[in-house]
Write a protein that binds this ligand. Structure first.
Ligand SMILES: *Cc1c(COP(=O)(O)O)cnc(C)c1O
Length: 469
């Protein structure tokens, strides 16, 4: 018998998973030279958001809107009912949201931030406080634009990339209690709860925490609204890590979790396996009435909210596919595969590995670079130069400035995100990615950092330009 290398599953004492689909259509990738990549990076001001996708080899910028749709979703596109009002696709979407998220009233929106805008402007009064389990860029900005001050109430463990807490997305209930006591619950329009906290490294919230949070909020007459954008992935972590849930289905866990909130919204571009779309859904009749008035001003009629009928149909089918056990297992399994490979080589990153991405710890990568020279942005640039792999900064550039003082917000976490699109890349792409990260890590002592030479006013990380120091 010839010796064979162990598969990844065997190395970790478990059976390997495989994708529960096969490939029917392919999209060729572009392979570039280092000289071409240097020219592209100069042209993009060292910001990976400003690269052209045709200059990118493996695109791990984001898992947003980058999923591969199934043949069934594409078939759904063909039965788009493009009526201005009352499209049958809206009712299909409403049914899918009710079945899997449980909320009573649905408002479709063009994407997640459309929902955040509507929720913020209808529920927040200027001067109020919105607590949340770490911020998300667009979520916090809409809350601030509506006049609120955002207050981070995530547990301390979330700010430590090496801490192995199984639910680093949890809300610190004492911190929330202290906020209620300090500002008065009447000045808190809602708690902004997010499943698998993106900025903390895709870290989940436990069912117990959601349950206790809801009880505490109800005690104070405060609503809880859920950013359910990656709640399906959160549900898998609950199934794997929380006692009593091993035998529950992903769909059951999702539904129970949403039951501890008064409403929620999603960017369907993530979990729901579509390229565009989102929604906001609430249980309260009065709030729904108000949202229905507002959506007409900013998004479109309440039965399409900025979406084509065909997009709503693809989303309805995507929601059903997204909660299938084998899908979630292979989706998170692929992220974990890349994480285990990098970890075995000693690459510093946020642990435990989250559901949608690997978050490289740029502070630990480049201990010689102060935060003001943008270590995460530097790492993203170096990785692109080495291999054509596109990643994203999630550090001081993403954190923006303090609206009061004008100084940089200085987040404890300085991360570079390798985000895995759903159903798009193979295990071989993960191997190539891991080797590129290792090459950049081996050359880490040569990195010099960047300076920001153009800074936009809002969400600066999208369009800022940098120059090498
Ligand atoms: C992407 C995202 C949003 C915003 O959604 P868009 O569809 O990009 O507008 C909100 N919350 C979370 C957690 C997200 O990941």
């Amino acid at each position: 018998m010839p010796d064979r290398p162990l598969t990844s599953g065997q190395q970790h004492g478990r059976r390997s998973w495989a994708e529960p689909w096969k490939i029917k259509m392919v999209e060729p990738l572009s392979v570039t030279t280092r000289e071409q990549r240097q020219a592209a990076l100069d042209g993009a001001g060292y910001n990976t958001f400003l690269l052209r996708s045709e200059d990118v080899y493996i695109d791990l910028l984001t898992d947003s809107g980058t999923s591969a749709m199934s043949d069934r979703q594409w078939a759904g596109m063909m039965v788009g009912d493009e009526a201005y009002a009352g499209s049958r696709n809206f009712y299909a979407l409403e049914e899918a949201v009710k079945a899997h998220y449980g909320y009573r009233h649905l408002i479709p929106t063009h994407q997640g931030r459309g929902a955040e805008h509507l929720l913020s402007r209808t529920t927040i009064k200027p001067g109020q406080f919105v607590p949340g389990n770490m911020y998300f860029t667009t979520t916090r900005l809409h809350q601030e634009l509506a006049g609120a001050t955002f207050v981070d109430v995530i547990i301390d463990e979330a700010h430590d990339p090496a801490n192995l807490h199984p639910f680093k997305g949890n809300v610190d209930l004492d911190r929330l209690r202290a906020l209620f006591a300090r500002v008065g619950p009447e000045n808190v329009p809602y708690v902004s709860l997010a499943g698998t906290v993106n900025m903390a490294g895709g870290q989940p919230v436990s069912m117990a925490n959601a349950r206790e949070l809801y009880a505490l909020a109800q005690e104070h007459g405060v609503k809880v609204y859920l950013d359910a954008t990656r709640m399906v992935e959160n549900a898998l972590f609950i199934k794997e890590r929380e006692e009593g849930y091993a035998e529950h289905s992903i769909a059951q866990i999702l539904l129970e979790f949403c039951g501890y909130t008064d409403g929620g919204w999603i960017s369907a571009k993530k979990d729901s396996l579509v390229n565009i779309g989102g929604w906001l859904a609430v249980n309260d009749d009065e709030l729904f009435e108000e949202l229905r008035n507002q959506v007409v001003i900013f998004e479109g009629l309440h039965t399409y909210g900025g979406l084509a009928g065909r997009d709503m149909q693809a989303m309805a089918i995507g929601i059903v596919e997204s909660v299938q056990e084998e899908h979630v297992r292979s989706r998170v399994g692929q992220v974990r595969y890349l994480g285990e490979l990098l970890e075995s080589w000693g690459i510093p990153m946020v642990l435990p590995v989250g559901g949608h991405a690997i978050f490289l710890d740029a502070r630990a990568f480049y201990p010689h670079l102060p935060q003001d020279v943008f270590p995460s942005q530097t790492l993203a640039a170096e990785l692109y130069l080495d291999s054509g792999i596109r990643s994203m900064e999630r550090g001081i550039a993403s954190a923006g400035r303090d609206p009061e003082t004008g100084d940089h917000n200085r987040p404890k976490l300085e991360l570079t995100r390798l985000t895995i699109p759903r159903r798009v890349y193979t295990q071989a792409h993960m191997d190539v990615t891991a080797e590129a990260v290792k090459a950049v890590y081996d050359a880490r002592a040569q990195a010099r950092g960047l300076e920001m030479v153009y800074e936009p006013k809002y969400l600066r990380f999208f369009q800022a330009r940098f120059a090498p120091l």
